[in-house]
Structures are given as structure tokens and as C-alpha cells.
Write a protein that binds this ligand. Sequence first.
Ligand code: 2HG
Ligand code: ZN
Length: 477
Amino acid sequence: MPDTALPATDRLLDALRAIVGASGLLTDPADTAPFSEDWRRLYRGRTPAVVRPGTAEECAAVVRLCAETGTRLVPQGGNTSMVGGAVPAEDGSELVLSTARLNRIRALDPVDMTLTIEAGVTLRAAQLAAADAGCLLPLSISSEGSAQIGGVLAVNAGGNNTVRYGNARDLVLGLEVVLPDGQIWNGLRRLRKDNTGYCLRQLFVGAEGTLGIITAAVLKLVPQPREVAVALCAVPSPEEALALFTRFQAHDPAAISAFEYMSGPGMGFVLKHIPGATLPLSAPAPGYVLVELATPRPDAGLRVGLETVLEGALEAGIVLDAAIAESEAQRAAIWKLREEHSEAQKREGASVKNDVSVPVSKVPAFIAEATAACEALIPGVRVVPFGHMGDGNIHFNLEQPEGAEAAWFLAQDHAIMDAVNEVVRKYDGSFSAEHGIGKLKPYMMPDWRGGAELALMQRIKAALDPLGIMNPGKVLP
Ligand code: 2HG
Ligand code: ZN
């Protein structure tokens, strides 16, 4: 592994230009700046160039050149990482390889129920393509308007529908990957059964670009729902939110497509900062649940089921108040209250994120104990947990105390994460549920995944990327 990266010489830049064309290479600092920092502006790197291949072959030629010259590169999709996973190093030694121009939908088969798609297509564009064919791509995340399929798969994104359909990993049938030596592995099979040795595609899903660059994928589709019902519920606490979840599960577990929890203060930030956001309930509450039911079956009577469960929960005091969406516009307005949580927290000030998971049954205890731990650590800190309660993934986010210095607060991120992770560990949870490891969490890997597991990961990395040129400094310590 070269221990010092080669600077990007004019010769290297000329050779890259020869591969991707003049418009495929950005070198002006004004053009490369947006690719050099993450959307929260927590990680600022520098890069001599952003390379934008238009085909998998161009991408392969770029990687081959990087392998020949020992040049390190950082694959980047929509740059929506929560953990700095797509930001180049500060020393300016790494190229950014943007997948944005790999943006073709190659095929959609409504009988096979598969979508073959390139890495740079945004998740929203992929969802719309599926919908046009009467299908559903059952993956939904807050950043879906900008997040690109390649990045979504590279981090094994989870999102709002994991409770029903699993994570990105569960939707991948095939992949096309540019390997660190510049070969293209064409594994774009669209088979439901294919037992042929090691499952290589799953190696690249979740590897965050450290083992290769995903250039295209075959994704599984499901039938489009014929009926969707959405409600926003006010709840007294996370305990009651969980009790509501078990009531929906008892009623019709197959109907739940999302079950999201939000804290009262977190919702307060959304109402304060997001233009047009209004609460469709009589009063603010200590917590909220967004529940979505969906079914492809005709005449499933979802709406009646939703009302039945909510009436019982209201009578039992589990739910304080509820609003059921009566139109597509109301459904979107309720979802917006949930989806804008990250943006609202960003506008409120500095925040420290903990993307963690525990068994679903332990979510209320986890929230209570992690809240107590953080409040003891930083008096005045504002605890704003929210997220995918139905699958046990809580974004246990902390907002700086009012009036505090952002830099002072952010300097305590490790202490905060350690305090939260202690509670996560108590409940056999994970320190990284859906956002990945990126640049933020490699230091946690020895503690959580040490021994044989981390050693195996390091051997895989060394075998596939012996020069260490693929997304250095991410995932592995
Ligand atoms: C979400 O669920 C995203 O909205 C972002 O995973 C979570 O901002 C966060 O911490
Ligand atoms: Zn999330």
C-alpha cells in the first residue's frame, strides 16, 4: 500500500480528461468545492479534481489509471452521507469520482418485477420509473430527492419501509461493479434463485465504496399498493408509541409499511423552521407516531382497520389525538413533518447524531436511559430522538443547548456518542443502524466488531484493494 498519495500531476489530469472528456473533469476549485464537503458542513476536504464518467467503461478506465498511478479516489453519489462517507481527505490527495452521469435506467421488467438502473439515478427518479410501470420500489429515505442509487446501495440504506421490506440489501438481485484494479464485474443477474458460490453482490452493499464502485444494479420491485392510509398520532411517551405498534401488529402485521416515532421537541423544530409545516392535531404532544398502512390487495379495508386500532388506542389513553390523511396532499403534508426532521435540526443549530438500533421492544427503555445519560453529561442539551421505531432504528440526536457555542458542543461528540452507545450495548443494539460508518465511526469498529470479524474485513479489503486506493479512511480503522 503506498503510504504517501501521489499528487495529481498535469499528466494524470490530462489522462483523465482523455477518458471522460473535458466536461467530465472538474478542476476549478469553485466547481470542486461542493464535492469536497458534506451537506452538514462537518467534513471539509480538498480534491484536485472531480471525475465524472458517463459509462461503466469510462469509470473502469479511470480506476485502472488510478491503480497504475497509486492515486486514491472517493466515490460520490448525491453527497447525502450522514457520516462523511463521500468526502475526500483534507490533504488534497484524493480524486472524487462522481457517479452523477451514470444516470440511465437500463431496463424495467414488470413481469420479472425488476429495475436495472445505473448508479447515478436518484432514488426518487427510480421510484417514479417503477411507479410508471405500475410497480413500487419499496425503499424510501428522507434524502431520496438527491441520494443516488449507487450511494444508497453502497451504504445499505434503510429508511422508512424497512419494517415491511427490509433494507437496500434486501432489494438487490444483481450488481455491476468496477473493481479496484479497473476490471468490471458484471453481476447484473435478475434471478430470484442463484446459488452459485459466494454472494459477491452483498460484499459491495454496505462497503461504502471501499471495495469497488457500484455502477449499476438490478433491484427487486413489488406490486404498487392499491390502498394507502396514513395517520399522525400524538402519544404521551415512547412506551405508548410501542404499545400502539403492537396493536397495529396484532391487527394486521402485513399492512404496516412505516411506523415512525418523533419527539415533541423535534417536531417543535420542524414547525419552527420549515415553511408551511403545520400540526394537524389539536395541541402539541410529548411525542408523535406516523403510521402508514399499505396494501396491493383490492378491498382490503385498510382505512377501517386504521380507524379501529386508533379508536381502541384513544380509549386506552395510548393515543392522545390522531389525524388521518384524507387526501394525497394531506398524506404528503404529514410525511413532510417527518422527513424535514434532519433539516430542521440543522437549522436549529449544531447537532450530534447517533444512528443506532436496538430490538424493537427495547426502544422506549433505550430512549429513556440514553436521554438521562446525555442530560447528565451536558446540562441543557436538547434530546430529539426520532425515526424508524417499527424496525428499532432510532436517530438519537442531540441538539446543542440553547445559547451554547456550536464548536464547543461538537467537540464533545465522542463523549456523547460513547454515552449513548453504552446504553445501545446494554440492549444488544448496533452503533450504526443505517447511515454507515464513513469517516465518523471507524474508530468504533475495533470495540464493536473487533477480533475475528474486523480481521476478516481487513483481509477482504486487502485482497480486493491491495493498493488501498478505494475510499481510504472510511469504514475500517
Ligand atoms: C432519516 O431517517 C434519516 O430522516 C436522517 O436517516 C436521520 O438526521 C438524521 O439523523
Ligand atoms: Zn433514518
